[in-house]
Design a protein around this ligand. Sequence first.
Ligand code: HEM
Length: 482
Amino acid sequence: MEKKKHLTTNQGVPVTDNQNSLTVGERGPVLLQDVQFVEKMAHFDRERIPERVVHAKGAGAHGFFQVYKSMAPYTKAKFLQDPKEKTPVFVRFSTVTGGRGSADTVRDPRGFAVKFYTEEGNYDLVGNNLPVFFIRDAIKFPDMVHAFKGAPDNNIPSASSAHNRFWDFISLTPESTHMIIWLFTDRGTPKSFRMMEGFGVNTYVWVNSEGKRVYVKYHWKPKLGVHSLDRHEATRLAGVDPDYLTRDLWNTIASGGEVEYELCVQLMEIEDELKQVFDPLDPTKTWPEDKFPLMVVGKMVLNRNPNNFFAEVEQAAFCPASIIPGIEFSADKLLQGRTFSYADTQRHRLGPNYLQLPINRPIVEVNNNQRDGAMQLGEFSGPVNYEPSSLAGGSPVEAPAGTPYVYRVEGEVTRKKISKTKDFQQAGEKYRSLSKMNQEHLIDNLITDLMQIDKPIQQRVIENLTKADPELGKSVAEGLKL
Ligand code: HEM
């Protein structure tokens, strides 16, 4: 039989009584010198950290990624070269708007964040289950999230789009129309994290070993296909099992199952960027798949549940700025803003040394001269914490550079929106591409939400929907008796 371990304090001192506090006589009062009590209670009092400002509710799993064939013609990223190599991954799925305790099946985009622990450092692909986004400039993100989340006076609602503030912002943000059409199909209520697609949404750049650059958009395809809940089932489940999607993922893996997705990419030559009728770097747009076909890259298998939710899921920190050689940012303004926001919030949420936490730590050695800061775990020695240095053998030194390459960026300094906005064209195309049943569900989902909204806001939403597709606008207006 396994020998039982003894309870101790955090200082390692044996605890002989964990039931009774130290008192004067058996009826109290309690003594402040009960250091065992003080330590236990003080730790408990600090057990919550700030929840994520968005994507607060989530579930995670470990697994691996493997390419089917080398991507060397397009990117030098090492983990995308060798079909025999398995790269460990950690994935976190999430809802966006609700707080940490909110229901899994509310209408919302779902986060699909993947951390690849590669031999060249960590690469994060921080995506969603819908291919476009509400806005195209990061400067609008705080307003958007304020409008979606609880009102500043009464904190209502905690997780739902059926409220004036959401639709007020949306109706005044015409570029959100495309996203709204995706979100209000049943894809806004996925049946399982195992049955939803993932999209990088933003445009990135792949660079090969010759320095050739190409634009890239990412797609995850679930092996089980895409399946959604209808509005009625999603609403019922939010009541009877608010953790429905979390439980589904956990139980699948706990019972020995595997969860599999294929990674596909769309590539676009940089020279073709300005030849498109839409702006390819605009995250409110998709790239038509007939012109930019999906290329299958590899597969991801999730096969291990976390051991500890807080350590692995709550403390996981994903960031679109975590890139590796062979992958770069495009000039997409939303992406550029994201590259600042994530690590900034994580320094606040988890502290300046958050990348030392086991779930965030790269599998390769980290060598630099950053020292100190709250919760520093490194055990450094010696006098050298600067570079260049001749002391300590001059180590660490700069790594050898890859093939040097340059690209030009020029233009006026300005605050202007892009000229090819085309806010409604792809929105209308998306609506018309839906099956009859999916069109009906979209209209029904929109009406149910909008029914609860003030008339002038309803009117503005109808105007935007009508610009996308007159029949869609008319059907929703009729449903609302406008
Ligand atoms: C300007 C636009 C955006 C900004 C400023 C932004 C900012 C943030 C912030 C601050 C967090 C919380 C991070 C944390 O506390 O760890 C977050 C989480 C997240 N965001 Fe964004 N976001 C933006 C757009 C997007 C887009 C377009 C996507 C999808 C492609 C996305 C996907 C996610 C995901 C999946 C998470 C959760 C990561 C996790 O599981 O920990 N975000 N975002």
